[in-house]
Ligand binder design. Structure first.
Ligand code: FAD
Length: 287
């Protein structure tokens, strides 16, 4: 029998400091009570933070908690990517988030690496490890900022699925209609993998504006204006954020979203507050 219960997952970034490591561990311990399908750990393209990703993935694994490392291909050779994949498979990892990634600003064209796009990484994973890894890829309901247009972006998303991706996690958004229309466009284009919405809790207005400008996520005008009006009043920003994001999640689940992937920013409180507002049990699917 197919299990159609939604899958919930929590994204973390690899901390660099002792205090950051302690906070991440607290967050994982707290959020693990909600019995998520998995935690995922981001990976920085071509940078010094990669060893922090390995350390974070290792620690979560040693707690007996399911973890899906992100792996971005830009800036790496095929051999480097293969070495990382082999290491993950050897340690029992069975799910990976396969991305192109973005080079750090100032990196020259010579640092591009061997693969240009995420579909090539998906193909490499399938070639090397067959079906032993569940492959997640990124999807963009509001279009990837570098895409020529929405249709070309959809075609490029399909390349990843055709190369062997099992499911997708979206960039965050605050407009449920963008997701609903995107899923509809995917279905009409023959893309039939689960597309799990990425959910970004709102905690800090200026950080949110900075992230959103960089990744092409739109903050609707009404929301931007309401958040802006609170100035430095972080409690009011957090309260409105919980209301708005909970309503968004509710609408997405009501419209058939196959789960929710929370960008936790290594904090448990905002995700927990949304979880409670949604009335979700601590028994999300574990497989
Ligand atoms: P791609 O799918 O390769 O797409 C990138 C652009 O190229 C798009 O405009 C697409 O339309 C176009 N394109 C794709 N394929 C082709 C092709 N074959 N020919 C021509 N054009 C093509 N970044 C990190 O560095 N580390 C992370 O851990 C990380 N985690 C993320 C997790 C999620 C869920 C999401 C949504 C994003 C994440 N990112 C991460 C950001 C991501 O790396 C960037 O958005 C990046 O710019 C694109 O990555 P991608 O895998 O979507 O690339």
């Amino acid at each position: 029998m197919n299990d159609t219960r939604p899958t919930f997952s929590f994204e973390l970034f690899p901390p660099k400091t002792e205090a950051g490591i302690a906070r991440l561990r607290d967050t994982v311990t707290t959020l693990n009570h909600l019995r998520p399908g998995f935690f995922s750990v981001t990976y920085g393209a071509g940078g010094s933070t990669q060893s922090n990703t390995f350390a974070t993935v290792d620690w979560i694994g040693t707690q007996g908690i399911k973890v899906a490392p992100h792996l971005s291909c830009i800036g790496s050779t095929r051999d480097e990517l293969i070495a990382i994949l082999d290491r993950y498979v050897a340690q029992g990892i069975d799910r990976i988030v396969a991305l192109r990634g973005d080079l750090p600003s100032g990196a020259g064209a010579g640092s591009m690496g061997d693969l240009n796009h995420a579909n090539e990484l998906v193909a490499l994973i399938r070639e090397r490890h067959g079906s032993s890894l569940h492959i997640e890829v990124a999807a963009y309901p509001e279009m990837h900022p570098q895409a020529a247009n929405f249709i070309r972006d959809l075609d490029n998303f399909k390349r990843k699925v055709d190369a062997g991706a099992d499911s997708a996690i979206t960039q965050y958004f605050y407009n449920a209609d963008a997701y609903i229309a995107f899923v509809d466009a995917c279905q009409r284009r023959g893309i039939d993998v689960p597309i799990v919405p990425g959910i970004m809790p709102i905690t800090n207005f200026s950080n949110l504006v900075r992230f959103s400008d960089a990744c092409g996520a739109e903050i609707p005008r009404w929301l931007r204006k309401r958040l802006e009006a609170f100035g430095d009043d972080v409690d009011s920003i957090a309260r409105l954020g919980i209301d708005v994001v909970s309503a968004l999640c509710e609408r997405l689940l009501d419209n058939g979203a196959p789960g929710l992937h929370f960008y936790t920013m290594n904090q448990s409180a905002p995700t927990l507050a949304i979880w409670e507002m949604l009335g979700l049990p601590g028994e999300a699917r574990t497989a």
